[in-house]
Design a protein around this ligand. Sequence first.
Ligand SMILES: [Zn+2]
Length: 417
Amino acid sequence: MGDGVTHQDNVSADIMDRLDRMAEISESKKHLTRRCFTPQHRQVITLVSGWMRDAGMKVWEDATGNLMGRYEGTDDKAPAILLGSHLDSVVKAGKYDGPLGILAAIDCVKALNIRNARLKNPIEVACFTDEEGVRFQSTYLGSRGIAGTFDFNLLNRADKDDITLAEAMTDFGLDTDRIGEAARQKGDFLCYLEVHIEQGPVLESEDLAVCAVTAIAGADRMTVTATGKAGHAGTVPMGARQDALAAAAECVLTVEEVAAAHPYAVGTVGQIEAEHGATNVIPGKVVFSVDFRAADDAVRREAVNDLTKRFEDIANRRNVDIVLEQSHSADGVTSAPWIVDAIEDAMTDLGHRPFKLPSGAGHDAAALAEITDVGMIFVRCKDGISHNPDESITREDAIAGAELLLRTVERIGGLET
Ligand SMILES: [Zn+2]
């Protein structure tokens, strides 16, 4: 330790090589794409299960295709500390979203195994089948299998090649009649912990490698239709117009304003289209999306109410119809305060300044919160970029994330070091 090389530096010495090796397993030669139940999913399971066995775990695959590992504790009746992340990626993904959390979890077990140390609680590692939901537009397929909330309606949903989820699972060697067997009971786990890249710029600006996550933001998504009156751009005087796009433009700025006025809230209009748009036509109908998220559900509801009222004002003032249609609404999930405390204490142990942040992006922890307390650790990523080949982290930060996970697990599992 005196030469500045920590135990974790040795344990996680090859973490970047392993991240690279996982990233090589891709459906495309040009970029990283690894969707669930593909041959590449099978290949990555083979690779990672070898590392899990080497780390000292018993390994199996559950009924929804999650790769699972278990390292026994001293009390086999004690609930397990569940660690993990996801094996799937988005299309044209980065290397770290998902795999970093899996390798940090494996290294946590490896570090204990090398020292021949056992916690009171067993540790389980879950490598989730499908978090991004790219192939079947699903949400948390694997972790919902474990939480017992698998959506069976999805089985008939087809991917872009007309293969249904049921067919894909069968081809993968799974029995869809047995999906329910993946479900675990409420008492099985003490908690779920995940290391994940931040996917935002805050840690970089705070000059911190890692932090605790306080909550996963709830989200509302809406499709908004503004209907005015189409007309000739040259003949209708300004005072007589019912311009749907000008009204929508005001709405877009209002989304920005309302989000900025609420703590830890973010609002985005990512899609907008003027129907039959043309240079010389006053737009008669415009459809746009609104994505609104906040760490606190009450804040989000209040903000969305505020937004709705202000859209009404815009509609009245401009003599345009504005109709909001909600396409998605999910409450946020709060990290268990005792886990946030344990992570922050572990940060202090390791010489990091304690810091915590809510997550604006969704994670498997949201599904697992149904059956156990959850917590997450964020690792700094370059420029906050994710879901992109430019996703980047440093070796030091990857190791800091793995080390913080281990220290947190030791604290939770009652191991004094
Ligand atoms: Zn992820």
